[in-house]
Design a protein around this ligand. Structure first.
Ligand SMILES: Cc1ncc(COP(=O)(O)O)c(C=O)c1O
Length: 320
């Protein structure tokens, strides 16, 4: 969905109009992918807008920055408060939340250290990532010819914009070949994840997902789904899975902030199970949507109501 181009964006502590939230073309990030980011969601609940695990997303943002030796001039609490205030300023009931920490304008050597560390927070309305039918019927996906990043290259655990060059190759190839999405293998040929989703496989009542060491992002929805599935009484195993697991699975599904919980009905034109959403996927999906929409009690403290908040340092950088 194209941007409406309206509303405010938070840039280095100031609120600017969407159209004015620009950076110089010589900024380091434009040339060398020197940025880390997050993607979180705010849901419209009966008691007002509420963010899903914003604390975990902000922690991962700071962790990603740390891996890349970027010290955010704003601490986690300041950024969290700024997101809450921005949601209220923009009067959103539900939205997607995109924090970005990037290397800005100074010089263009590969060494990023001379460049300032800048921060932006933006919001927009983003409904279902795939079609509504996909949520019920499932996606047709392919195994990508592109592998995920090898260990000890660009780190999978950091949500760096650089990793999304690989994700774009996976996604474009899938679409060009007539599929909704691609599943990438790691460099050893084991299952890794989608272009922007973690992967789950169900066989004989047991739920499996590739472990963090198989070049996957340490997904917050992945963690939520593991918790929900165990609370529903299912066994969940994090283990390395060969490619062919997908062709003999009873159910396969993607999870992620953007895709939420989305079934997969075929892989490489091979039907998954009966070729439609399976019962375990449906049970997890239903519980997930009930929790994020505040329709059932939230025993996990995941749904965080949006309130106007002010920290001592709110809007002010630690050191700039
Ligand atoms: C590559 C990749 N894997 C997995 C995920 C799912 O992570 P999360 O549930 O934290 O959004 C995402 C989305 O951020 C992603 O981009």
């Amino acid at each position: 969905m194209a941007f409406t181009g309206t509303g405010k964006i938070w840039m280095n502590g100031s609120l600017v109009d969407w159209k004015d939230a620009t950076i110089h073309v010589a900024s380091h990030v434009v040339h060398y992918g020197s940025a880390v980011f997050e993607g979180a969601r705010c849901y419209d609940t009966a008691t007002g807008p509420a963010c899903f695990r914003l604390d975990a997303h902000m922690k991962r943002l700071i962790d990603s920055a740390r891996i890349y030796r970027m010290e955010s001039p704003y601490d986690q609490q300041t950024l969290t408060d700024a997101v809450n205030n921005l949601i209220l300023t923009n009067k959103f009931k539900a939205c997607y939340i995109r924090p970005l920490i990037y290397r800005g304008y100074d010089s263009l050597g590969v060494n990023p250290i001379p460049c300032p560390v800048d921060v932006a927070l933006m919001l927009w309305e983003w409904g279902a990532y795939f079609t509504k039918e996909a949520i019920e019927e499932g996606l047709d996906v392919k195994i990508s010819t592109w592998a995920r990043n090898a260990p000890n290259t660009t780190p999978a655990m950091a949500k760096s914009v650089a990793n999304y060059a690989n994700a774009q190759l996976i996604k474009m190839e899938a679409i060009a070949d007539g599929y909704a999405e691609g599943i990438a293998l790691d460099t050893q040929g084991n299952l890794s994840e989608g272009s922007g989703q973690n992967l789950f496989v169900v066989r004989e009542g047991v739920i499996y997902t590739p472990p963090i060491g198989n070049s996957v992002l340490w997904g917050i929805t992945r963690d939520s789904v593991i918790t929900i599935a165990r609370d529903l009484g299912f066994e969940v195993r994090e283990q390395t899975l060969p490619r062919e697991t997908l062709y003999i699975a009873d159910e396969v599904f993607f999870v992620g902030t953007a895709v939420e919980v989305t079934p997969i009905r075929s892989v490489d034109r091979v039907k998954v199970g009966k070729g439609r959403r399976g019962p375990i996927t449906e049970a997890i999906q239903q519980r997930f949507f009930q929790v994020v929409k505040g329709e059932v009690p939230d025993p996990y403290g995941w749904l965080q109501p949006v309130n106007a908040r002010q920290t001592a340092t709110s809007g002010a950088a630690k050191s700039r």
